[in-house]
Design a protein around this ligand. Structure first.
Ligand SMILES: [Fe+2]
Ligand SMILES: [Fe+2]
Length: 320
Protein backbone atom coordinates (compact mmCIF):
# COMPACT_ATOMS: atom_id res chain seq x y z
CA UNK A 1 0.00 0.00 0.00
CA UNK A 2 1.46 3.41 -0.89
CA UNK A 3 2.28 5.44 2.15
CA UNK A 4 0.18 8.51 2.93
CA UNK A 5 1.76 11.91 2.23
CA UNK A 6 3.15 13.26 5.49
CA UNK A 7 1.21 16.52 5.48
CA UNK A 8 -2.09 14.68 4.86
CA UNK A 9 -1.85 12.64 8.06
CA UNK A 10 -4.46 13.95 10.51
CA UNK A 11 -3.94 15.10 14.07
CA UNK A 12 -3.99 12.10 16.40
CA UNK A 13 -3.46 9.60 13.58
CA UNK A 14 -0.86 6.87 14.05
CA UNK A 15 1.32 5.96 11.07
CA UNK A 16 4.31 3.90 10.00
CA UNK A 17 6.52 4.65 7.02
CA UNK A 18 9.78 5.75 5.42
CA UNK A 19 10.76 9.41 5.48
CA UNK A 20 13.77 11.48 4.49
CA UNK A 21 15.71 12.43 7.60
CA UNK A 22 16.34 16.16 7.16
CA UNK A 23 17.81 17.02 10.58
CA UNK A 24 18.60 15.34 13.88
CA UNK A 25 19.62 16.93 17.14
CA UNK A 26 20.17 15.65 20.67
CA UNK A 27 18.95 17.81 23.57
CA UNK A 28 18.43 17.39 27.27
CA UNK A 29 15.40 18.03 29.45
CA UNK A 30 15.62 17.53 33.21
CA UNK A 31 18.85 15.61 32.78
CA UNK A 32 17.28 13.19 30.29
CA UNK A 33 18.38 13.17 26.65
CA UNK A 34 15.74 13.42 23.92
CA UNK A 35 15.87 13.89 20.15
CA UNK A 36 14.52 16.61 17.88
CA UNK A 37 14.11 15.29 14.39
CA UNK A 38 12.89 16.75 11.12
CA UNK A 39 11.44 14.38 8.55
CA UNK A 40 10.07 15.01 5.09
CA UNK A 41 8.58 13.56 1.93
CA UNK A 42 7.33 15.03 -1.33
CA UNK A 43 4.39 16.69 0.47
CA UNK A 44 6.55 18.69 2.89
CA UNK A 45 8.34 18.45 6.22
CA UNK A 46 7.52 18.21 9.92
CA UNK A 47 9.47 18.39 13.16
CA UNK A 48 9.24 15.59 15.67
CA UNK A 49 10.51 14.41 19.03
CA UNK A 50 11.69 11.09 20.42
CA UNK A 51 11.66 10.62 24.20
CA UNK A 52 12.61 6.93 24.50
CA UNK A 53 15.12 5.83 27.17
CA UNK A 54 17.50 4.77 24.40
CA UNK A 55 17.56 8.26 22.82
CA UNK A 56 21.35 8.45 22.98
CA UNK A 57 21.82 5.08 21.28
CA UNK A 58 19.21 5.89 18.63
CA UNK A 59 20.93 9.21 17.94
CA UNK A 60 24.20 7.41 17.18
CA UNK A 61 22.47 4.86 14.96
CA UNK A 62 20.77 7.48 12.74
CA UNK A 63 23.76 9.87 12.53
CA UNK A 64 24.42 9.16 8.85
CA UNK A 65 20.96 7.97 7.82
CA UNK A 66 19.39 9.44 4.68
CA UNK A 67 16.02 7.84 5.32
CA UNK A 68 14.42 6.50 8.49
CA UNK A 69 11.59 4.11 9.15
CA UNK A 70 9.35 5.32 11.91
CA UNK A 71 6.28 4.47 13.88
CA UNK A 72 4.66 7.64 15.17
CA UNK A 73 1.57 9.72 15.85
CA UNK A 74 0.79 13.25 14.72
CA UNK A 75 0.51 15.45 17.80
CA UNK A 76 0.51 19.18 18.35
CA UNK A 77 3.01 21.57 19.91
CA UNK A 78 2.45 25.35 20.10
CA UNK A 79 -0.40 25.12 17.56
CA UNK A 80 1.74 23.31 15.00
CA UNK A 81 1.66 19.67 13.98
CA UNK A 82 4.44 17.63 15.53
CA UNK A 83 5.50 14.03 15.00
CA UNK A 84 5.56 12.07 18.24
CA UNK A 85 7.95 9.25 17.46
CA UNK A 86 7.52 5.87 19.15
CA UNK A 87 10.09 3.93 17.17
CA UNK A 88 12.74 5.05 14.72
CA UNK A 89 15.59 3.36 12.89
CA UNK A 90 17.83 3.99 9.89
CA UNK A 91 16.37 2.49 6.70
CA UNK A 92 18.37 0.48 4.18
CA UNK A 93 18.39 1.79 0.58
CA UNK A 94 16.64 -1.32 -0.80
CA UNK A 95 13.74 -0.79 1.63
CA UNK A 96 12.80 2.59 0.11
CA UNK A 97 14.01 2.05 -3.45
CA UNK A 98 10.72 2.95 -5.19
CA UNK A 99 9.96 6.00 -3.04
CA UNK A 100 10.75 9.57 -4.02
CA UNK A 101 10.89 12.03 -1.15
CA UNK A 102 11.58 15.17 -3.18
CA UNK A 103 8.84 17.76 -3.77
CA UNK A 104 7.44 17.72 -7.31
CA UNK A 105 7.08 20.81 -9.51
CA UNK A 106 4.01 21.57 -11.62
CA UNK A 107 5.67 21.76 -15.05
CA UNK A 108 6.53 18.43 -16.73
CA UNK A 109 10.19 17.73 -17.45
CA UNK A 110 9.69 17.57 -21.24
CA UNK A 111 8.08 21.01 -21.25
CA UNK A 112 10.97 22.47 -19.24
CA UNK A 113 13.55 20.93 -21.59
CA UNK A 114 11.68 22.27 -24.64
CA UNK A 115 11.42 25.70 -22.99
CA UNK A 116 15.19 25.92 -22.44
CA UNK A 117 15.95 24.71 -26.00
CA UNK A 118 13.53 27.22 -27.44
CA UNK A 119 15.26 30.12 -25.67
CA UNK A 120 18.72 28.89 -26.74
CA UNK A 121 17.55 28.91 -30.38
CA UNK A 122 16.75 32.64 -30.17
CA UNK A 123 20.42 33.60 -29.58
CA UNK A 124 21.91 34.65 -32.93
CA UNK A 125 25.44 35.72 -31.92
CA UNK A 126 27.65 32.84 -33.15
CA UNK A 127 29.94 32.76 -30.10
CA UNK A 128 27.18 32.97 -27.53
CA UNK A 129 25.11 30.41 -29.43
CA UNK A 130 28.12 28.04 -29.52
CA UNK A 131 28.68 28.54 -25.80
CA UNK A 132 25.06 27.69 -24.93
CA UNK A 133 25.22 24.56 -27.08
CA UNK A 134 28.55 23.57 -25.55
CA UNK A 135 27.08 23.73 -22.02
CA UNK A 136 23.45 22.64 -22.42
CA UNK A 137 24.31 20.22 -25.23
CA UNK A 138 26.12 17.86 -22.82
CA UNK A 139 23.43 15.21 -22.10
CA UNK A 140 24.47 14.42 -18.51
CA UNK A 141 24.61 18.10 -17.57
CA UNK A 142 21.29 18.86 -19.27
CA UNK A 143 19.54 16.00 -17.45
CA UNK A 144 20.85 17.22 -14.07
CA UNK A 145 19.90 20.80 -14.91
CA UNK A 146 16.31 19.92 -15.84
CA UNK A 147 15.58 18.09 -12.57
CA UNK A 148 17.55 20.38 -10.22
CA UNK A 149 15.80 22.60 -7.66
CA UNK A 150 16.38 26.37 -7.63
CA UNK A 151 16.77 26.51 -3.86
CA UNK A 152 16.91 24.32 -0.78
CA UNK A 153 13.86 25.71 1.04
CA UNK A 154 12.68 29.14 -0.01
CA UNK A 155 12.19 29.42 -3.77
CA UNK A 156 11.88 26.72 -6.41
CA UNK A 157 12.69 23.98 -3.88
CA UNK A 158 11.27 21.17 -6.00
CA UNK A 159 12.16 18.95 -8.97
CA UNK A 160 12.49 21.19 -12.05
CA UNK A 161 12.59 24.37 -9.96
CA UNK A 162 15.87 25.53 -11.50
CA UNK A 163 14.75 25.14 -15.13
CA UNK A 164 11.42 26.79 -14.35
CA UNK A 165 13.19 29.72 -12.66
CA UNK A 166 15.68 30.01 -15.53
CA UNK A 167 12.93 30.08 -18.19
CA UNK A 168 10.96 32.72 -16.26
CA UNK A 169 14.03 34.91 -15.69
CA UNK A 170 14.82 34.63 -19.41
CA UNK A 171 11.25 35.64 -20.31
CA UNK A 172 11.47 38.72 -18.06
CA UNK A 173 14.80 39.58 -19.70
CA UNK A 174 13.27 39.22 -23.19
CA UNK A 175 10.66 41.83 -22.29
CA UNK A 176 13.30 44.16 -20.83
CA UNK A 177 15.45 43.75 -23.95
CA UNK A 178 12.55 44.99 -26.08
CA UNK A 179 12.01 47.94 -23.76
CA UNK A 180 15.52 49.34 -23.54
CA UNK A 181 17.13 50.29 -26.81
CA UNK A 182 20.74 49.99 -25.66
CA UNK A 183 20.28 46.49 -24.30
CA UNK A 184 22.34 43.81 -26.05
CA UNK A 185 19.72 41.09 -26.27
CA UNK A 186 21.90 38.06 -27.01
CA UNK A 187 24.29 38.84 -24.16
CA UNK A 188 21.37 39.28 -21.74
CA UNK A 189 19.54 36.11 -22.84
CA UNK A 190 22.71 34.01 -22.72
CA UNK A 191 23.54 35.23 -19.22
CA UNK A 192 19.94 34.66 -18.10
CA UNK A 193 20.06 31.04 -19.30
CA UNK A 194 23.43 30.47 -17.63
CA UNK A 195 23.15 32.59 -14.48
CA UNK A 196 22.35 29.77 -12.02
CA UNK A 197 23.92 26.70 -13.68
CA UNK A 198 26.28 26.39 -10.69
CA UNK A 199 23.27 25.24 -8.65
CA UNK A 200 23.47 21.86 -10.36
CA UNK A 201 26.59 21.28 -8.24
CA UNK A 202 25.72 23.53 -5.30
CA UNK A 203 22.63 21.60 -4.20
CA UNK A 204 22.62 17.82 -3.86
CA UNK A 205 19.43 15.94 -4.57
CA UNK A 206 19.30 12.81 -2.48
CA UNK A 207 16.43 11.90 -0.15
CA UNK A 208 16.16 15.65 0.50
CA UNK A 209 17.89 18.75 -0.87
CA UNK A 210 21.03 19.94 0.84
CA UNK A 211 24.09 21.96 -0.04
CA UNK A 212 27.04 19.92 -1.26
CA UNK A 213 30.44 20.43 0.34
CA UNK A 214 31.63 22.16 -2.84
CA UNK A 215 28.45 24.23 -2.86
CA UNK A 216 29.07 25.43 0.68
CA UNK A 217 32.71 26.23 -0.05
CA UNK A 218 32.33 27.96 -3.42
CA UNK A 219 28.63 28.80 -3.95
CA UNK A 220 26.75 28.59 -7.24
CA UNK A 221 28.00 31.94 -8.53
CA UNK A 222 31.65 30.88 -8.54
CA UNK A 223 30.88 27.31 -9.63
CA UNK A 224 28.75 28.59 -12.53
CA UNK A 225 31.32 31.11 -13.68
CA UNK A 226 33.96 28.38 -13.71
CA UNK A 227 31.76 26.13 -15.87
CA UNK A 228 31.32 29.02 -18.31
CA UNK A 229 35.04 29.90 -18.42
CA UNK A 230 35.91 26.23 -19.05
CA UNK A 231 33.39 26.00 -21.89
CA UNK A 232 34.61 29.26 -23.45
CA UNK A 233 38.18 27.91 -23.50
CA UNK A 234 36.97 25.22 -25.92
CA UNK A 235 35.59 27.75 -28.40
CA UNK A 236 38.12 29.12 -30.83
CA UNK A 237 38.51 32.92 -31.02
CA UNK A 238 35.84 33.61 -28.40
CA UNK A 239 36.21 37.37 -27.87
CA UNK A 240 37.95 38.16 -24.57
CA UNK A 241 35.77 41.20 -23.84
CA UNK A 242 32.59 39.19 -24.41
CA UNK A 243 33.88 36.48 -22.06
CA UNK A 244 34.60 39.10 -19.39
CA UNK A 245 31.18 40.71 -19.74
CA UNK A 246 29.50 37.35 -19.38
CA UNK A 247 31.59 36.52 -16.30
CA UNK A 248 30.71 39.94 -14.90
CA UNK A 249 27.01 39.20 -15.25
CA UNK A 250 27.26 35.86 -13.48
CA UNK A 251 29.44 37.28 -10.70
CA UNK A 252 27.13 40.27 -10.13
CA UNK A 253 23.70 38.66 -10.54
CA UNK A 254 22.85 38.75 -6.84
CA UNK A 255 23.18 42.52 -6.95
CA UNK A 256 25.46 43.23 -4.05
CA UNK A 257 28.30 41.66 -2.10
CA UNK A 258 26.11 41.19 1.00
CA UNK A 259 23.90 38.91 -1.14
CA UNK A 260 26.80 36.81 -2.38
CA UNK A 261 27.82 38.76 -5.48
CA UNK A 262 31.51 39.37 -6.10
CA UNK A 263 30.71 42.83 -7.48
CA UNK A 264 27.82 45.20 -8.23
CA UNK A 265 26.35 45.04 -11.76
CA UNK A 266 28.15 47.60 -13.91
CA UNK A 267 26.36 47.06 -17.23
CA UNK A 268 22.77 47.62 -18.29
CA UNK A 269 22.37 43.89 -18.99
CA UNK A 270 23.86 43.03 -15.57
CA UNK A 271 21.39 45.33 -13.82
CA UNK A 272 18.44 43.87 -15.76
CA UNK A 273 19.50 40.29 -15.04
CA UNK A 274 19.85 40.97 -11.33
CA UNK A 275 16.38 42.50 -11.05
CA UNK A 276 14.77 39.84 -13.25
CA UNK A 277 16.33 37.16 -11.02
CA UNK A 278 15.14 38.87 -7.83
CA UNK A 279 11.63 39.46 -9.20
CA UNK A 280 11.21 35.85 -10.29
CA UNK A 281 12.53 34.29 -7.08
CA UNK A 282 10.37 36.52 -4.86
CA UNK A 283 7.21 36.01 -6.95
CA UNK A 284 7.78 32.24 -6.99
CA UNK A 285 8.35 32.08 -3.24
CA UNK A 286 5.36 34.33 -2.42
CA UNK A 287 3.14 32.15 -4.69
CA UNK A 288 4.20 28.99 -2.88
CA UNK A 289 3.63 30.43 0.60
CA UNK A 290 0.14 31.63 -0.46
CA UNK A 291 -0.81 28.28 -2.04
CA UNK A 292 0.49 26.30 0.90
CA UNK A 293 -1.09 28.38 3.63
CA UNK A 294 -4.42 29.33 2.03
CA UNK A 295 -6.22 26.18 3.25
CA UNK A 296 -5.28 26.96 6.87
CA UNK A 297 -7.88 29.73 6.99
CA UNK A 298 -6.07 32.72 8.58
CA UNK A 299 -6.05 36.30 7.25
CA UNK A 300 -2.27 36.15 7.11
CA UNK A 301 0.33 33.43 6.56
CA UNK A 302 2.65 32.23 9.30
CA UNK A 303 5.89 34.19 9.76
CA UNK A 304 7.90 33.97 6.54
CA UNK A 305 11.43 34.09 7.83
CA UNK A 306 13.36 34.80 4.58
CA UNK A 307 11.43 38.05 4.07
CA UNK A 308 10.65 38.81 7.72
CA UNK A 309 6.89 39.35 7.34
CA UNK A 310 3.44 37.74 7.29
CA UNK A 311 1.79 37.56 3.85
CA UNK A 312 -1.83 38.64 3.37
CA UNK A 313 -4.03 35.75 2.19
CA UNK A 314 -7.67 36.92 2.05
CA UNK A 315 -7.31 38.44 -1.42
CA UNK A 316 -6.60 34.98 -2.88
CA UNK A 317 -9.80 33.36 -1.60
CA UNK A 318 -12.86 32.90 -3.79
CA UNK A 319 -15.65 35.15 -2.59
CA UNK A 320 -18.56 33.29 -1.03
FE1 LIG B 1 21.77 32.93 -8.26
FE1 LIG C 1 18.56 32.89 -10.17
Amino acid sequence: MPQKPLLEIALGEAFTGFYALRAREKREYDGKPFLIIEIGDSSGRLKGTYWGDDAEKIFESIQDAEVVKLQATIGEYKNEKEVKINRIRAAKPDEYAGLNFLPKGKVPKEKLAAGIREKIATVADPFLSKLLKEIFGAPAFFESFIIAPAGKLWHGAYIGGLAEHTINVTRICELAAEMFELCRRDLLITAALLHDIGKVEEIESRAHYDYSIRGRLLGHIVIGERIIVAAISKIEDFPKSLADELSHMILSHHGEPSMGSAIYPKTLEGAILHHADWLESQANAFSHVIEKELPDGGHFSGWVRPVGRFLYLDGYRDEE
